[in-house]
Design a protein around this ligand. Structure first.
Ligand code: TYD
Length: 220
């Protein structure tokens, strides 16, 4: 039986979700609350290899279906090896991106059938369904400006594609992803909290901690 608490962070590139996810992890550890941090794509040995394939600029032009299946394969490993065992031990699991990314990017962004994604996601995650999800909402261009200034240059296939190659489609792409996140937040308002990411990281964190504390209280 699942006992822990599963929290995921979502949003466009440069929204600051990694910073917030790590701040929350540090905060929980300081409070002596058993917690782990993981991320997607990656988080496991196989997942890290898949991440390299996905983000390598040399793999430009990858079929969208290949891309989707690779994200899902990375997730299957993460769920089996990291997320479910930690939840079963009663830990708080923080994941930097999870299945809403596939719905928003491959479904709403790339245009792959949402029903297919829903079924594949559910096959892959099983019982590992997030209890709480933060979407850090930011204007796509503002986010790209931020992420371009601190990105790891060998892992920029997505950013490169959005910024340089298909600037017109790129704009539409990230706007569709943002719209996808918005739709998800409307459909699952109990689980998903949208946070205005256009503020200082301290202000954002204060809001996140408030929500997490409430969630912990309610789940005891
Ligand atoms: P990453 O370098 O981890 O960036 P970020 O800090 O924005 O998370 O790159 C992950 C990229 O993969 C990002 O552009 C979002 C994309 N992605 C998908 O398209 N689908 C998915 O299911 C996941 C998990 C990520």
């Amino acid at each position: 039986m699942k006992k822990g608490l599963f929290i995921t962070f979502e949003g466009l590139e440069g929204c600051g979700k990694t910073t917030q996810a790590k701040m929350l992890f540090d905060f929980l550890i300081k409070q002596k609350i058993p917690s782990i941090y993981t991320k997607e794509p990656g988080g496991t040995k196989i997942g890290d290899k898949i991440r390299k394939i996905l983000l390598d600029q040399k793999n430009d032009g990858m079929d969208y279906k290949t891309e989707m299946l690779l994200f899902l394969a990375s997730r299957a490993e993460n769920v089996r090896l990291i997320i479910l065992p930690a939840l079963e031990e009663g830990k708080i699991v923080i994941s930097d991106r999870f299945y809403d990314s596939t719905t928003a990017y491959q479904g709403c962004g790339r245009g792959i059938d949402l029903e297919i994604i829903k079924n594949l996601n559910s096959l892959v995650v099983g019982k590992a369904i997030p209890d709480l999800t933060f979407i850090l909402d930011i204007d796509p261009y503002e986010g790209l400006k931020r992420s371009a200034s601190f990105g790891n240059s060998s892992e920029m296939r997505f950013e490169e594609e959005f910024i340089n190659k298909k600037i017109i489609r790129g704009k539409l792409f990230l706007e569709r992803v943002r719209q996808g996140y918005y739709q998800l937040s409307q459909e699952e308002s109990g689980r998903i909290k949208t946070i205005d990411a256009n503020r200082s990281k301290e202000d954002i964190f204060e809001e996140i901690v408030k929500i997490v504390k409430r969630k912990i209280r309610n789940s005891i």
